[in-house]
Design a protein around this ligand. Sequence first.
Ligand code: PLP
Length: 462
Amino acid sequence: MTAVDHHLPDAPEANDVTDAGPPDAPSTGPSNAEVSAADASAVFHSWSKQGGLQPLPLAGGLGTRVWDHDGNHYLDFSSQLVFTNMGHQHPKIIAGITEQLQTLTTVAPAHGNATRAEASRLITKRAPKGFSKVFFTNGGADANENAIRMARLVTGRDKVVSRYRSYHGNTGAAVVATGDWRRIPNEYARGHVHVFGPYLYRTEFWASTPEEECARALHHLERVIQAEGPSTVAAILLETIPGTAGIMVPPPGYLAGVRAIADRYDVLVILDEVMAGFGRAGEWFAFDAHEIRPDLITFAKGVNSGYVPVGGVVISDEIAHAFDDRVFPGGLTYSGHPLAAASIVATQRAMEEERVVENAATIGRDLLAPGLAELAAKHPVIGEARGVGVFWALELVADPDTREPLDPASVARLKADLIGRGLLPFVTDSRIHVVPPANVSADDVHQALAIYDDAFTAVGAR
Ligand code: PLP
């Protein structure tokens, strides 16, 4: 597998997506080349060889659009790292952060703070009954880190079962709970066990139907727990819908089956909603569409559209009460930082007022599902289009029959072609993830589908 590709190729030629963005887009100031050179000499980038990186500089953004320093505009169908669920520069979120900035910019976590309490209330309002508290972190990794810690402390058990096809973050336990290649050079935490989850397109279980895939994945999970010794297993940690690993919406019954297995062995369930939550899957929490009640829920990204770094753990009352008379040995200087809390409050209110979750569900059902299926039928390079809401993956294949993944050079060409046509794509391994903001308009989706179509045609013609 290759690295998550956060880095875009060279700045493309000026493109024709110029009908949006601010009228006063910067015409003076540094050029792309100047910003790239400054970046290359001063910034150490994530998950990358540092030599030869040429990140596309972005100067500004508004809604679904971003623009660079040379006046090129792009439709942002990456939502950056799948977090700008409300698009760029949403005025209500900017206003909420600004108001907090002018009132109380920072406060230690030990103090009470009204904005923080309101942020927690607005998040727990979306959780099932019996979740009253949130532990705030700086992002998604430390949310998972602390959820794992809570599960271990409450159960007195050590092991955490997670999937090979997963990403849970960059910290000590979270990166080892991660299944993808990023775990392997960082494998210093103990007590982590991995399983394969359902992924019919590339089945590990020789399955030919979703029902077979589901039943066999559940059997495999239960056998691993039995073989590990159920009394050693604290939790099963799953992304409700694995995101970076390929947007595999669980087949009906899978998550209910996971819950049943967990209950048989008194194991807790942690659902990682960092990428899937807050509108991405057309639900407040992606698990709302499935029959499962987790014990701990982790979140970040879409909760505040990524405007200020923040994440957290939504804690079931049973687990929260376990720490009523016992110290929780965990904390962060910026836990519940007021600017982060204000950004959550403003985002959550705006999402409700503007019916953004409903919009994501409708866009997914009425436009992306048929539009991407049409592209897959037309272009043999697309082996499968799958997803829900504004959370879709296109499997790129060299051969639709063997499903051999498209080679990295062709994937890179496709990515460069999309950027040249004015669309910022999310590309990882041999997939394009179609992940616009949850408040994307139908017009922007139509425009994006036309750009994908042109790019696939151009690549197919080569
Ligand atoms: N969990 C999931 C599902 C993610 O997609 C990510 C980040 O991409 C994380 C956890 C880690 O979040 P962060 O990068 O904010 O630490």
